[in-house]
Design a protein around this ligand. Structure first.
Ligand SMILES: Cc1cc2nc3c(=O)[nH]c(=O)nc-3n(C[C@H](O)[C@H](O)[C@H](O)COP(=O)(O)OP(=O)(O)OC[C@H]3O[C@@H](n4cnc5c(N)ncnc54)[C@H](O)[C@@H]3O)c2cc1C
Length: 389
């Protein structure tokens, strides 16, 4: 099998297939250092932790990851805790950077002598409607041609694989939000243990962390903003206003070691299979980061897809491969819904009037004030079940 893209989706698929004796080659256009240094998601659902555990790649995650049994919603200057464990029968999330998951998976693939080709240039796919799709790429001075049974596009939103679906086969659903997130990493011990999602008239803010020494913070900004528009002083004062409780609480300040602007988009491409080409993760769908679902959806796609391939190579059954797209998409749409809902409830929208503002506050009151509301938030946040194939 050929897997294109060594993000969390491609690496995990490569590892799970290897555990079941299914030979695969993983192609990545970037260097190993680049993949290991790319700071992105950081909240792992319970199911994501469980699968990394079962796959034998969670040793460092358990040592260094921060287990959280709750998070807070903040509006009208007050905090409201969502007790994940109490509301979901003991489930929780773990804060552990996506780049750390990537490092652990790369180390394991290389220790297992997996065929991972970093710096693969000009990757091109053909023949996905035939019995033997072909992948061509350059590697160092070599021009390489691989034929495979199946190809899996784990090459993210800007990858090449989705483009191999004929236009009449693929339907896309897209929403671009009229704001972005300015994110910072600061060398400062987190001022509190749990995440805070804040709704404020000046815009959304998120308090989170990556380790006991590093705080990760975000503020809603204009999509045309660049990091240069946000001086360190401006970032800290905006965070203090949006996250402040009136009792003097504010995030601990420290040197800002990374600053970036993330656009906000919801996108789904369906189906996730065309003949002998499958898509997984961001190659097929992206979510605004408000629900912390991006990487978790990539992992749940891979769980379903790897089981389908185990059934096919182990027992010759094609049922799993046939059902992959439908099963994965059902969970993807629920993740899309939750991410869209959290985004809609927590951000300020330029087109909103005072009526919309009151609707948002009423929703926040309901979702934090009623046990049913809190349970809905909690069960989505820790991750909905993954359907068996
Ligand atoms: C800036 C940013 C911030 C984010 N923050 C959050 C967050 O806070 N919380 C959250 O839950 N999610 C977040 N996400 C989303 C989350 O990181 C993704 O959902 C996750 O990375 C999906 O994993 P993936 O393996 O499907 O794709 P990716 O991680 O995008 O991996 C795709 C891989 O394919 C490679 N590739 C691309 N094209 C080719 C090609 N032609 N040939 C070979 N290789 C190729 C890429 O180099 C990359 O390594 C963020 C995403 C971005 C972009």
């Amino acid at each position: 099998m050929a897997i294109i893209g060594a993000g969390p989706a491609g690496l995990l698929l490569s590892h799970l297939l290897h555990l079941h004796g299914i030979a695969n080659v993983l192609l990545e256009s970037r260097s190993r250092e680049y993949c290991e240094g790319r700071v992105r998601a950081g909240v792992l659902e319970q199911g994501t932790v469980d699968i990394l555990d079962e796959a034998g790649v969670a040793e460092r995650l358990h040592r260094e990851g921060l287990r959280h049994t709750g998070f807070e919603m903040h509006f009208r200057g007050q905090r409201h805790r969502i007790a994940l464990d109490e509301l979901t029968g003991g489930k929780s999330i773990v804060v552990y950077g996506q780049q750390e998951v990537v490092k652990d998976l790369i180390a394991r693939r290389l220790a297992d002598q997996g065929d991972v080709r970093f710096d693969a240039r000009d990757v091109k796919l053909s023949g996905v409607e035939t019995e033997t799709p072909i992948v061509r790429f350059s590697h160092g001075a070599q021009q390489v041609e691989l034929s495979c049974d199946y190809a899996v596009g784990c090459d993210g939103f800007h990858g090449i694989c989705r483009g191999e679906f004929p236009a009449h086969v693929l339907k896309t659903y897209d929403r671009i939000y009229p704001f972005a997130w300015l994110g910072i990493l600061a060398e400062a011990p987190p001022a509190q243990h749990e995440l805070i999602y804040a709704h404020h008239e000046r815009g959304f803010a998120l308090f989170s962390m990556r380790s006991p020494k590093i705080t990760r913070l975000y503020v809603q900004c204009d999509p045309s903003d660049t990091p240069a528009d946000w001086s360190d002083d401006r970032v800290w004062s905006e965070l203090a206003i949006r996250l402040g409780t009136g009792e003097g609480w504010r995030p601990t300040e420290g040197p800002i070691i990374q600053k970036s602007v993330t656009p906000m988009r919801s996108f789904v491409a369906a189906p996730m299979r065309h003949q002998r080409l499958f898509l997984a993760g961001d190659a097929a769908h992206i979510v605004p980061p408000t629900g912390a679902k991006g990487m978790n959806l990539a992992v749940s796609d891979i769980i379903v897809l790897s089981r389908a391939f185990e059934m096919f190579y182990g027992r010759g059954e094609t049922r799993g491969l046939e059902r992959y797209s439908d099963i994965a998409l059902r969970r993807v749409w629920k993740g899309e819904r939750f991410s869209w809902h959290m985004t809609s409830m927590l951000h300020t929208f330029p087109e909103h009037d005072s009526f919309h503002e009151q609707m948002q506050l009423a929703e926040l009151d309901y979702y934090t004030g009623s046990r049913a509301g809190r349970t809905t938030l909690a069960e989505n946040y820790v991750g909905l079940p993954i359907e068996s194939i």
